[in-house]
Write a protein that binds this ligand. Sequence first.
Ligand code: ACO
Length: 329
Amino acid sequence: MQNRIHSMLLGTGAAVPQKKLTNQDLEKIVDTNDQWIVERTGIKERHIIDGKTTNSDLAAEAALIALEDANLKPEDIDRIIVATVTGDFNFPSVACLVQDKIGAVNAAGFDVQAACSGFIFGLSIADGLICSGTAKNILVIGSEVLSKITDWKDRSTCVLFGDAAGAAVVGPANGDGRGILATFLKTDGRLADLLNMPGGGTKYPPEVSVKENLNNIKMQGPEVFKAAVTAMGDAAKHILSEADITSEEVDLLIPHQANKRIIDATARRVKLPSEKVYINLQNYGNTSAASIPVALNEARREGLLRAGDVCVLVAFGGGLTWGSAAIRI
Ligand code: ACO
């Protein structure tokens, strides 16, 4: 497979707000309890930003850590791709704000919107840009402040989400067999209504959005659950075949951290034992596009991914979107 490897991970970073919101804290806000949340999702706590911090602040912090890890300077970056559904503004993009905050004066930045699958979509674009010779060093960031679009009166969704940012620097592969082996992306817009935020765009004017409570996440949980189990399993199987690797060759599966039951079902589809599956959703909840880069960064820093190891990323989100990537670290 070596001849199709064009790009590799050069560094990773993450930024998570300090403030934690535990299941016990949520018991005081809505009619829920720790046991239900842990049994149905696996989540124990999530991090929530303060009133002043923005999405681009978190994204910039994660980006600087990833750059340091990659031993590169901001001016070495020529593309910034930010995956997010919770940008500071509708425009300008978070990527442009990050460019300014980190001083990446030679970069061009843009945002990608693929909900929880966004980081994998960004990674796939970065791989293509490097493959074509259009760009050399690319920052791919997944950054979300979901607490700002959470309906804190809706117990079926408010227990699920958290805020965080994760970043990766992607650059040209060095020919030693390490790098992005394959990526796989899929969407099904027919199921857009299962998971969305109707307000905030141009379809509903601001006054209608506020009056009808449309500026927050709406999710048909059980339907999304079923779609996620099928899509994540398919994406995991597909990437093994695309990258021409077997389950036994996978050292670590890093799935989107939405629900432990979905993750367990995905691992079963590709016959991976639990010790090869990275789970940190108990500490962060579902951080959408940030979930995979935050987990990837943690796994690397915990020594679970060493040079030459094979890592598979799998995600699923609103759109519906899903995708996967296989990387030899
Ligand atoms: N606390 C206590 N009870 C609750 C809570 C809560 N927080 N939320 C719902 N319930 C109740 C319901 O009211 C219902 O009660 P009833 O039987 O009396 O009517 C019961 O629990 C079961 O509700 P369901 O919605 O059927 O529960 P389910 O087992 O499906 O779990 C969950 C809900 C956790 C949301 C699950 O459906 C899920 O994880 N869905 C997928 C979410 C996901 O993966 N999203 C991915 C992408 S996210 C993105 O893109 C931003």
